[in-house]
Design a binder for this molecule. Sequence first.
Ligand SMILES: [Zn+2]
Length: 136
Amino acid sequence: MDFFDKLGDRLIEVGKEVSDRAKDVSDSTRMQYEIRKKKQELEDIYKQLGKKYYEDNKDSADDQITAIRETLAEIEDMEVKVAAFKGDRRCTKCGAVVPMDSGYCNKCGAKLDESIFEDESEEAGETEETEEVTED
Ligand SMILES: [Zn+2]
């Protein structure tokens, strides 16, 4: 009897150790998840900070600022080409690309009325706008 009592105690002990270990594992898994989440939050904050820094230092000659400026210009250039391909148009106020069916500029909010269409069709021959590329 004594032997079985001891065995029983030992089994309970082992069981407790196993469940403690399982708890540790789940704690550590949860913590790893928390760490990943915190790191992601940190990345987002870094991104926001970087964007803000860029906005505040747009004209800087800093390598990374220059790289951002050039990348933005490239994107803009490609967006214009894609817009032209799709038949979209550019806002006459701010130059943003606006979908053909949109009534307002989604960037500056300018109302895009029919006169914009007339500009393109009726007065196309009047002014040559081939050099409308924005460079500084
Ligand atoms: Zn606009």
